[in-house]
Design a protein around this ligand. Structure first.
Ligand SMILES: Nc1ncnc2c1ncn2[C@@H]1O[C@H](COP(=O)(O)OP(=O)(O)O)[C@@H](O)[C@H]1O
Ligand SMILES: [Mg+2]
Length: 386
């Protein structure tokens, strides 16, 4: 029933979620900025901190990981004691669980309860000092942690190196986020993060996505087993969000579908089928990231969109008030509502466009790309009822 088929996929590993290619096309500039920023750490142990900012699927996590892996290889060749630890703050979303995952990197047997945050910080320090390390801590999706009020941990980590003249050991921070989180940090930690240390990741263009898909297909698939047009179609579809993850998932799914059919080539029809499959899993994982008020905001948009393609923000906001009350929440203020809409836009869950009106004002219109509003509405109501 599951006889291996090898007509299309040569190396399935290359299509998986955590595969990190040796080089990331179209991220040369970001890599260069990171090299520049972290050169002092490698050369003399002087700690640095950087923000990596950009929308979903723009290669932030992959670039950070590739960079750290390259640094590690270089430093071990040169005999410099460096290491990095990557924490996903969506999974480890409290100060203690984030710290735990750092400590477990050094001591997998460390008990997961019973120690305070300051005790854990001291333990982390001891591990770094004992190995005389220059450690890079990557806080991926740090906005989740900061939204939960964990600025103190970030502050403590940022001043990890104070009160010591010895630079042979240090802790550097790399913080990854979809929006600029610096505004959420308190005054004290703010001063330790210079604005200049921001590395920006923009949405990929259609052509850039094509190059990404093409190079992934080269590594993963049997030569000649995907039509160029299929790759064009994948990049066309994904370019709406500039999201490489979406593109690679479509590549994987369309290859699997074609292989399952025993066809020797990934044709456009498989891409269309893969799009339908991928879109719903991606949307679902995005919906799971939303807190209650962002869900309520999105729900209000779906409630406004019955026949029409667009709803203006004024009407959406009124509906949001009704919907919030329906779910027993007091509606947030106007500026906060705007933030929610912007966040939903950054996640690609809504589109927004600004239009001038006859009175000379400007109105923002919201639409939902590519999924029936009714389906999304049902999904949200189901999640909110849970
Ligand atoms: N420039 C690139 N070249 C090759 N693969 C890429 C590139 N950018 C992103 N990817 C791949 O796309 C997917 C999403 O990237 P990821 O780094 O997780 O995005 P982000 O962290 O910004 O949401 C990953 O599988 C990653 O390997
Ligand atoms: Mg990421």
């Amino acid at each position: 029933m599951f006889e291996p088929r090898t007509t299309i996929i040569r190396d399935p590993k290359v299509l998986t979620f955590d595969y990190i290619p040796a080089t990331l096309v179209h991220r040369e500039e970001q890599m260069r900025s990171l090299r520049m920023l972290f050169r002092p750490v490698v050369e003399s142990g002087v700690p640095q901190s950087a923000f990596l900012i950009g929308p979903v699927g723009t290669g932030k996590t992959a670039t950070a990981k590739r960079f750290c892996m390259d640094v590690l290889r270089y430093s071990s060749e040169k005999g410099i004691p460096m290491d990095y630890v990557m924490v996903n703050c969506r999974q480890s979303n409290t100060e203690s669980s984030a710290l735990l995952s750092m400590i477990w990197h050094f001591d997998p047997g460390y008990p997961d309860r019973g120690f305070s945050v300051s005790e854990m910080l001291r333990t982390l320090k001891r591990h770094v000092d004992k190995r005389r390390l220059r450690l890079i801590v990557v806080l991926d999706e740090v906005d989740v942690l900061l939204k939960k009020g964990a600025d103190d941990l970030v502050y403590q980590l940022s001043r990890f190196n104070e009160e010591r003249g010895d630079l042979s050991t240090s802790l550097s921070l790399m913080m990854i986020s979809q929006e600029h989180v610096i505004d959420r940090l308190d005054q004290a930690s703010m001063s330790t993060f210079k604005r200049a240390n921001t590395v920006r990741f923009g949405r990929y263009s259609r052509d850039e996505l094509y190059d990404i898909v093409n190079s992934r297909a080269d590594m993963a698939l049997v030569p000649g087993s995907i039509e160029a047009d299929s790759m064009h179609l994948i990049s066309d579809i994904a370019s709406e969000w500039g999201d490489a993850r979406f593109a690679i998932e479509m590549l994987e799914k369309s290859a699997l579908l074609a292989e399952e059919d025993g066809v020797g080539q990934v044709k456009a029809e498989y891409v269309r089928e893969a799009k339908a499959l991928t879109y719903s899993t991606i949307t679902e994982s995005k919906l799971e990231q939303l807190d209650k008020h962002r869900m309520l905001t999105l729900l209000s948009v779906t409630r406004c969109l019955k026949e029409e393609a667009y709803v203006n923000t004024g009407r959406a906001e009124k509906t949001y008030h009704v919907v919030a009350e329906e779910y027993g929440e007091s509606p947030r203020k106007h500026t906060q509502f705007w933030n929610y809409v912007n966040d939903l836009h950054d996640l690609g869950l809504v589109h927004t466009k600004v239009q001038g009106d006859p009175e000379g004002g400007r109105t923002t219109y919201i639409s939902i790309p590519d999924m029936p509003a009714k389906v999304l509405r049902g999904k949200l109501e189901e999640m909110l009822d849970r």
